[in-house]
Write a protein that binds this ligand. Structure first.
Ligand SMILES: Nc1nc2c(ncn2[C@@H]2O[C@H](COP(=O)(O)OP(=O)(O)OP(=O)(O)O)[C@@H](O)[C@H]2O)c(=O)[nH]1
Ligand SMILES: [Mg+2]
Length: 479
């Protein structure tokens, strides 16, 4: 009969000692087997420790990371530029987040419908007012909703519940990080109305709320299709209604008369409703770039990029910040030690105002912000890269007859075409930089469309190579 091994003396109250103590009544064979297992485990653990020390030692030898800070007003395209970097250099990780972006796109769709319904209500209310009160309202606001439209509106109301539900899921338990912020809907300033825009603090792991923890390797594995709360089901069921609402001539007239240009609003997906509301919809790269989620905090993204000359790879750190005015004070703590600033100025916004400050023209705000950044003492040595962004919207706006000179007096009688306008604006930004740079500094300016992956890919690859070369020269100088 095998002799029993006496239980090792230990403090019964010590949970750790309890957990690692050999089992009671262990036979000699079991003991031998356990000791062998523990020895093997220790060998593995020692090997991991050795590998970690080797990595730490080589980490110390690695050159300093290249740091890039993305700056610009809200909705200038900072987070979209970061998404482009991720898509280009970490496509697997980027695509693994599709389930989270699917939820944001659904939220964007519902928000557009919310804006349309508010505009319809506004038109209806002005119609319902007594004629004496109506006399001060311009005739265009009194467009009548026919029975079909009223019906459509009623059928689409459940989507507002979807919005609430998605927002609840985005607000992680115990967190107040999700902040539905007010933004004015374009329209005559005296009759400005508000529509909510969702924002998330980028330091919060909001993406976890939508990604399956045990997700498989294929795209469709990323979404929990059996989730009864999935907003995709309701959106799919209402897809035809959404299309009819959006295509309805009275709706188009109401939006036009209230100066609401939904196509130009961030997160516009109403022209892709068939795709976005299809059952088992998984966003394409293009859709992820178009998705709008306002940034509140500052987020840091790390990636290791290869050297085009075949040398050692470099660590890049890209910092994305929130661009709303109240968040800009936080930028300065990141100014120290940056290798480059990518400043985004959405030139198409020349006829728009800031959401947070409806008296301030957005192009004027970009000019002022650029001047503040280039004249900052901490940034005198920093490479400046300017993206004159949203050129696609700029093209369309100018072509539709909206005149730059109506908003920028100094543009004078120059032609209202894209080439002349972009050349003029580039010159303005350039001269602001020169006036505020006591010593010459590296400056690049690109006309960009950040939702176009192809053109952005070339711009970003060029920036990466330039910064690697520059960084390499600097390290040689230091050595
Ligand atoms: N059409 C068009 N849309 C763009 C372009 N660049 C960005 N967008 C869209 O504009 C919206 C705003 O872009 P974001 O990248 O979220 O803006 P941001 O600068 O990060 O804004 P904050 O986080 O509020 O500071 C998103 O829906 C983008 O898809 C562009 O060049 N053209
Ligand atoms: Mg952002």
């Amino acid at each position: 009969m095998p002799t029993k091994v006496p239980r090792r003396s230990m403090e019964d109250s010590d949970p750790i000692a309890n957990a690692i103590a050999p089992p009671e009544n262990e036979s000699p064979e079991e003991r031998e087997f356990r000791i062998q297992k523990e020895r093997a485990a220790k060998q593995v653990s020692d090997a991991i420790d050795a590998e970690l020390s080797r990595e730490q030692a080589s980490e110390k030898k690695r050159p300093k990371p290249v740091k890039i800070l993305l700056l610009g007003q809200s909705e200038s395209g900072k987070s979209t530029t970061l998404k482009n970097f991720q898509l280009l250099y970490e496509p697997k990780a980027f695509r693994a987040e599709r389930a989270s972006w699917r939820a944001i796109i659904q939220l964007n769709v519902v928000r557009s419908i919310h804006i349309i319904i508010s505009a319809m209500n506004h038109a209806q209310n002005s119609q319902d007012r007594p004629p004496s009160a109506r006399s001060s309202i311009s005739s265009h606001e009194s467009l009548r909703l026919d029975a079909e439209l009223v019906n459509l509106k009623t059928r689409l109301l459940p989507l507002l519940e979807v919005e609430k539900d998605l927002m609840k899921r985005l607000s992680l338990p115990g967190s107040t990080e999700v902040e539905p912020t007010e933004r004015p809907v374009a329209g005559p300033s005296s009759k400005r109305r508000q529509s909510k825009e969702i924002a998330v603090n980028s330091t919060v792991a909001w993406k976890g709320a939508f990604t399956r923890s045990n997700s498989g390797s294929s795209d469709t594995d990323l979404v929990d299709w059996d989730d009864p709360q999935d907003p995709g089901v309701i959106l799919h069921a209402r897809s035809e209604d959404i299309k009819r609402l959006w295509a309805h001539p009275t709706v188009q007239a109401i939006l036009e008369k209230q100066s609401i240009r939904l196509q130009e609003l961030a997160g516009f997906f109403l022209d892709s409703i068939d795709d976005v509301t299809s059952l088992r919809y998984v966003p394409t790269d293009d859709h992820i770039l178009r998705a709008r989620l306002k940034t509140l905090g500052v987020s840091e993204h790390r990636m290791r990029l290869s050297d085009p000359t075949g040398g050692m790879s470099r660590d890049f750190r890209i910092f994305d910040v929130g661009g709303t005015r109240s968040l800009r004070a936080a930028w300065v703590s990141y100014f120290d030690d940056m290798d480059a600033i990518i400043f985004l100025a959405p030139i198409s916004a020349f006829d728009q105002v800031l959401a947070e400050e409806p008296t301030v023209n957005r192009l004027a705000d970009s000019f002022k912000l650029w001047t503040t950044i280039v004249s900052n003492k901490l940034l005198q040595q920093t490479n400046m890269i300017l993206f004159l962004n949203k050129v696609d919207i700029m093209h369309a706006k100018l072509a539709s007859g909206i005149r730059l000179s109506d908003f920028v007096d100094s543009y004078g009688r120059r032609p209202n075409d894209f080439d002349s306008a972009s050349r003029y604006l580039r010159k303005q930004f350039n001269s602001m930089l020169k006036q505020n740079s006591p010593t010459p500094r590296i400056f690049y300016c690109h006309l960009t469309n950040a939702i176009d992956t192809k053109s952005t890919r070339y711009v970003l690859a060029g920036i990466k190579d330039m910064l690697m070369r520059f960084h390499l020269q600097e390290s040689h100088l230091i050595l």
